[in-house]
Design a protein around this ligand. Sequence first.
Ligand SMILES: Cc1cc2nc3c(=O)[nH]c(=O)nc-3n(C[C@H](O)[C@H](O)[C@H](O)COP(=O)(O)O)c2cc1C
Length: 268
Amino acid sequence: MLKMDELRKILKADKWLEWETLRTHQKQKKDPPPLQKPVEDESKIISLPDLEKFQIRENNLAAIISARRSHRKFTGGALSLDELGFLLWSTQGIQKVVGNQGANLRTVPSGGGRHPFETYLVVFNVKDLPAGIYRYIPLSHALLPLQQKQNVTTTDMKNVCRNQPYFRDASVVFVWSCIPYRTFWRYSDLATKVIAQDSGHLCQNLYLASTAIGAGTCAIGAYYQEEMDNMLDLDGEEEFVIYLAPVGRIDMTKILDHDDVFHKKYST
Ligand SMILES: Cc1cc2nc3c(=O)[nH]c(=O)nc-3n(C[C@H](O)[C@H](O)[C@H](O)COP(=O)(O)O)c2cc1C
């Protein structure tokens, strides 16, 4: 078990005192890792709709922030491909590639612009997109179907997430993996804290963007690591799942409803 003093060491910023002397791979002039995984078969890529034509349902930022809530019950309605594209862009969309060392600017911040995440989608109910598993290709704002994994069910998701039943009527599940070397290359021992900080931004933008389109989401940190990695064919070393979140249509009359099962459980 992790001892409290080890936990403190990870969370504190003391390692920055060693920054000048840290022999990071970047300082050693090692090749930087690519900013996204290679696309195995370009012919399979599905372009997402043009974002500029997308009309957001709610664009008052203060209203969106004040309505943000974790939602675990969905109505079962579908998302459109435009909406899905908007959620993907909001969470990992690339705005600019800086230089040739893998640094890039996205709609979320990331320490050193390293962006150590990949986005996988388990699609259940999105118009004009067959159910199955996809990987987001941020440089092209497109999806790559992972053909071998077409049969994941909402029950599979429940099982892999420690029996949490919140996937039943979800339209899609965002599953974020982490490729720690992208951040380690620049930050060495500091990478643990940086990656943990980075991952929160992904999910917060998913919350806000979902609220803006009349959908809901819930951060899920509790899942079985190996089973989740196997579902996506990840090796569990160079790349592994770090966070996930189901997204679905919600009953808008209950948007600020605090009485869901989870809150009852934790308020007593
Ligand atoms: C890192 C993290 C992990 C979480 N993991 C779970 C989870 O596994 N299951 C769950 O039901 N909620 C999970 N949540 C959601 C929290 O329970 C939720 O944010 C909290 O109850 C506060 O409710 P609110 O988001 O509506 O303000 C997680 C939230 C965060 C930030």
